[in-house]
Design a binder for this molecule. Structure first.
Ligand code: FAD
Length: 447
């Protein structure tokens, strides 16, 4: 049988599932993609449920390979730095890179997903079936049962790919094989708010930055949208949400933490929108393998991660690209490709999950401290002077495609280097102060 004519079922029409369908369709595979929800391009109820995402080099490289990077860029706003707002009204900016060569793209997940669906459907090999929820599957001899509004449908395929997100039904079935698995809920919930454009139809905040309001365990981040609004994501412990129960509580909470945002969002809107949805959970997932039999999981289904390094989707899109490359390298031989995928992707995925949690600690509690700013400036300086040997934490995560596990090791080494250089500079300054004091005392005693 011509390997490329194999029948593939993809479960989940999120961004990762649709990009994977696009790649596989181009290679000549017969792809049926099943999505539980209705078509988000037709359904207006999905508006307002979108989250803002940042795409960085890993995700953009995959989109470029698909030939759709320019279209996606037009849907987003480039951001060149993190802009930190402290409680006392002081602000400081940390550029992502000194040269400003790279940027992050702020984009709505909904718009990205809509565009990817349209692009995937252009291939005559890809068929998308909406309103099909997977309820059962066999991962060894791929077969699936979907529930639709009318009936249950039974399908078989040569390969099954689960792109069905953090609570993946495909993964649940796969775990019956010999796969270790762990999931961790962090004690933080998130909510979203919108800062509308100003009356003059302009951005309410400087547009080309991610804005952060770090308040220890509470963090608010704002991402620009192309309609000149901002999407704010508030993360804080569930126990703190429980103490905000009335509209007045919301206003007091904002007055204490983010007073400047009240007029931008509008007091009335804030009072009501805070309670529109309950705070949503953040989960991290690690699996010891991403394949079992003739089934593969990718994207959040394989390695959901907390949002703090902005890599969940980027790593999922990278998965799709790596699968595509393995198909070429192993001449479409699935018996080799699926194990190889686990071999090359599991360890980086675990590192990405850990990096994301580490970033939460950094952003929440350390970002306000002067030594943190100094440290980031030293990183930027070293990267601008010695780009081939020093990349820095932010660059390694966002602006390279170095596998996350390798990047993590490089970061550890570089952090040690920065700490010792800061120690040397600190020691030198301390010695200078002692020397000046000594000389001054000596001169005074001679008078
Ligand atoms: C607040 C927030 C901010 C984030 N910010 C960033 C960021 O800045 N950068 C970044 O890279 N990532 C970010 N992420 C993570 C990113 O959203 C996810 O990593 C990404 O959406 C994963 O894509 P996916 O296609 O694997 O899964 P999903 O987007 O979850 O899509 C899964 C799809 O599968 C469908 N499905 C589920 N179950 C079934 C079933 N049984 N049958 C059929 N279909 C099913 C779902 O309806 C859905 O369409 C953020 C996440 C959150 C919550």
């Amino acid at each position: 049988m011509d390997e490329s004519r194999k029948q593939i079922i993809i479960v989940g029409g999120g961004p990762v599932g649709t990009l994977t369908a696009l790649f596989l369709g181009r290679k000549g595979f017969k792809v049926d993609l099943y999505e539980a929800r209705p078509d988000i391009r037709l359904d207006d109820n999905t508006a307002g449920r979108s989250i803002s995402l940042t795409l960085s080099l890993r995700g953009m490289t995959a989109l470029k390979y698909a030939g759709i990077d320019k279209k996606i860029e037009n849907l987003g706003v480039p951001m060149y730095s993190g802009y930190f707002h402290s409680k006392n009204g002081m602000c400081y900016e940390i550029p992502y890179e000194t040269g400003g060569e790279h940027c992050l793209l702020s984009i709505s997940r909904l718009e990205l997903n809509r565009q990817l669906l349209t692009e995937a459907e252009k291939s005559e090999n890809v068929k998308i079936h909406f309103g099909h929820k997977l309820i059962k599957c066999d991962t060894l001899h791929p077969s699936v049962i979907f529930k639709t509004s009318e009936a249950e449908e039974y399908k078989t395929a040569d390969i099954l790919i689960g792109c069905d997100g953090a609570h993946s039904a495909v993964r649940r079935q796969m775990l019956k094989g010999r796969i270790d698995y762990s999931q961790t809920y962090i004690d933080l919930g998130y909510k979203e708010f919108r800062i509308p454009p100003t009356k003059k139809q302009d951005f309410a905040l400087a547009p080309h930055h991610v804005h952060f309001w770090p308040r220890n365990k509470v963090m608010l981040a704002a991402f620009p949208n192309i309609d000149k609004s901002f999407t704010c994501t508030l993360t804080m412990p569930f126990a703190m949400y429980a103490s905000v129960v009335t509209g007045d509580d919301v206003i007091h909470f904002f007055q204490d933490n983010f007073a400047e945002l009240i007029p931008m969002i509008g007091e009335l809107t804030l009072r009501s929108s805070f309670f529109n949805t309950p705070p949503l959970s953040l989960i991290s997932i690690k699996c010891s393998s991403f394949h079992c039999g003739k089934t593969l999981i990718i994207g959040d289904a394989a390695h959901a991660m907390a949002i703090f390094s902005g890599q969940g989707l980027n790593s999922g899109l990278e998965d799709a690209l790596i699968l595509d490359r393995l198909l070429d390298n192993f001449a479409f031989d699935i018996s080799q490709i699926l194990p190889k995928f686990s071999e090359v992707r599991v360890s980086p995925a675990h590192a990405a999950v850990d990096l994301s949690l580490y970033n939460y600690k950094v952003l929440g509690s350390q970002a306000r401290k002067p030594w943190f700013i100094l440290r980031r400036k030293i990183e930027n300086f070293l990267h601008s002077r010695f780009p081939s040997v020093f990349a820095g934490r932010i660059s390694l995560i966002h602006f390279t495609t170095v596998p996350y596990d390798k990047a993590q090791k490089m970061m550890e080494k570089q952090e040690k280097l920065i700490e010792s250089s800061m120690g040397i500079v600190g020691g030198f300054m301390f010695a200078s102060i002692v020397y000046i004091l000594y000389r001054t005392t000596k001169r005074l005693s001679a008078v």
